[in-house]
Unconditional design. Structure first.
Length: 160
């Protein structure tokens, strides 16, 4: 029991040492299916407008996902509802020829991916921002998609 508590404490300490992370959260999908009607939104706060940020989409899928690619869009809005950024993106979760999964796996047939949305981005003002994700694949319901998430982190400053 002591060993288990020690392992948990080490993991908690390691995850809290990420000083660049401003926001990170996942939205889990029921039954491991992302339905086209589901459009997860993430609200986050920016206080330092002099800082530059990297914004990522995190995706968790099972090996049972039936396609090699994944098509989604995102929109970034501010508190007034003004759309600041909007884009459609296609990423590959599996190699087209071999079918080998991309991403990192820590749990058997579950894979985590991180896709860059915006790099070195500076927000126009401090306050609350919202990113909304939508999937736009050939199927209205995507089997094998467990969760989608958002990560906002401070961009690493270049060393001189």
């Amino acid at each position: 029991m002591r060993i288990w508590r020690s392992v948990v404490m080490v993991l908690v300490l390691l995850s809290s040492c990420d000083d660049r992370r401003v926001f990170e959260k996942y939205a889990d999908f029921d039954d491991q299916h992302w339905r086209v009607s589901e459009q997860p939104e993430f609200d986050f706060e920016i206080t330092d407008t002099l800082e530059h940020y990297s914004i990522y989409c995190n995706l968790r899928n099972a090996e049972s996902y039936p396609f090699s690619d994944f098509r989604f869009s995102y929109s970034l809005t501010d508190t007034t509802g003004a759309v600041l950024e909007q884009k459609q993106i296609t990423e590959y979760l599996f190699d087209k020829k071999s079918g080998k999964p991309f991403g990192s796996s820590g749990l058997g047939d579950i894979y985590d991916h991180r896709f860059m949305l915006l790099n070195n981005y500076s927000f126009p003002h401090s306050g609350k921002y919202i990113i909304r994700f939508e999937q736009f694949m050939r199927a209205d319901t995507l089997a094998g998609i467990l969760a989608v998430g958002l990560r906002v982190e401070k961009t690493e400053k270049e060393k001189k």
